[in-house]
Design a protein around this ligand. Structure first.
Ligand SMILES: Nc1ncnc2c1ncn2[C@@H]1O[C@H](COP(=O)(O)OP(=O)(O)OP(=O)(O)O)[C@@H](O)[C@H]1O
Ligand SMILES: O=P(O)(O)OC[C@H]1O[C@H](OP(=O)(O)OP(=O)(O)O)[C@H](O)[C@@H]1O
Ligand SMILES: [Mg+2]
Length: 298
């Protein structure tokens, strides 16, 4: 089903929603998210956004109902495995891993229990929202187990006597700790990704997707990069440049009224730590500035 406007599915509310809005805004897509509308139209580009539950995004892509979607790899893989088992369409194109939604899917057990490996889970009941990823993982280890399906508050299951262990998303580990659990085994590492439906796109849509991708790349690169400027004595310049992270191609400029010193400018893919700044100062560097970069295009 090909519409003229590019249709992108994103989570309506939850862990991915705010970051998706921010990303689109930084890419120059103007959208007014106020109100309860479930379809919103970009004001300055032929883009419509569908605001849905994250569970539905992989299916919308795999059924070819929307063109693009932003989804956690955990949810994407869970739906893919489920659809493979059911013989339903399960293909998609991964366009780009994004820089948010980082978490891991882990098996966790009572903090006082010992854990020697997946074999310890044999015959156990495990509460999870991700039965297919869990089964895929434990099948490969030849471990038989049963599941207790829970869509939320999974961490409560062992204490409530519903299960022996859980398999749920972990980020800081605070939820596990608050529920007397410890992480036993990481089974899947996840980030948010931009995915595309299979099939043909007309020339306009192909060009729009290309533009969006270039902008997304620029936004992520800019967030990860810093613009560093400093003044350095000409005689220690080589040592100064060696200390700077990612300084293959620094720009060296003369100073107007100081022949002994030069200005050094560079884009770095790493942050400049205080320790390095102190070392630079010890080499005679001054006016050291570390600036955020708003946009980048190679
Ligand atoms: N603690 C976390 N830290 C970082 N990312 C997370 C965390 N928990 C979940 N995520 C990522 O964000 C995605 C969405 O999480 P969220 O909790 O909002 O989902 P949900 O409750 O299923 O929402 P929905 O109502 O859309 O179904 C997860 O699938 C995962 O990829
Ligand atoms: O390791 P932590 O940083 O504590 O994060 C982990 C928790 O975050 C997620 O739930 P969320 O808070 O999104 O609530 P939900 O289960 O209602 O979606 C996940 O399901 C865990 O419960
Ligand atoms: Mg969900």
């Amino acid at each position: 089903m090909q519409t003229e406007r590019l249709r992108i599915a994103i989570q309506k509310k939850g862990r991915l929603a705010k970051e998706c809005h921010e990303l689109l805004k930084r890419c120059g897509v103007k959208i007014n998210f106020s109100g309860d509308r479930l379809i919103v139209h970009a004001e300055n580009m032929p883009i419509d956004l569908l605001l849905v539950r994250d569970d539905d995004i992989p299916g919308l892509i795999m059924d070819g109902v929307v063109d693009l979607g932003v989804i956690g790899e955990n949810e994407l893989e869970e739906v893919r495995l489920e659809r493979v088992a059911l013989g339903e369409p399960n293909e998609y194109v991964k366009l780009r891993r994004l820089d948010f939604g980082g978490c891991r899917l882990s098996v966790a057990i009572d903090k006082d229990k010992t854990y020697n490996g997946p074999q310890d889970l044999a015959g156990k009941r495990i509460a999870t929202t991700y039965p297919n990823i869990l089964k895929d993982y434990l099948d490969k280890q030849d471990v038989k187990f049963s599941t207790c399906m829970l869509n939320g508050s999974v961490e409560v299951a062992p204490r409530a006597g519903l299960a022996d262990a859980i398999c749920d998303l972990v980020s800081t580990g605070a939820t596990l700790e608050a529920n007397g659990l410890k992480e036993a085994e990481v089974i899947f590492r996840s980030k948010a990704v931009l995915i595309q439906r299979m099939g043909e796109f007309d020339a306009d849509k192909t060009a729009l997707i290309e533009r969006l991708l270039t902008r997304i790349k620029g936004v992520i690169q800019a967030k990860e990069s810093k613009y560093i400027m400093l003044h350095a004595p000409s005689e220690t310049l080589e040592q100064v440049v060696e200390l700077l992270p990612g300084a293959e191609d620094p720009t060296i400029l003369p100073l107007a009224h100081d022949k002994q010193r030069v200005a050094v400018h560079l884009v770095s893919t790493e942050n400049l730590f205080w320790e390095t700044m102190e070392k630079l100062k010890a080499l005679g560097a001054s006016s050291i500035l570390v600036l955020p970069i708003e946009k980048m295009m190679e």
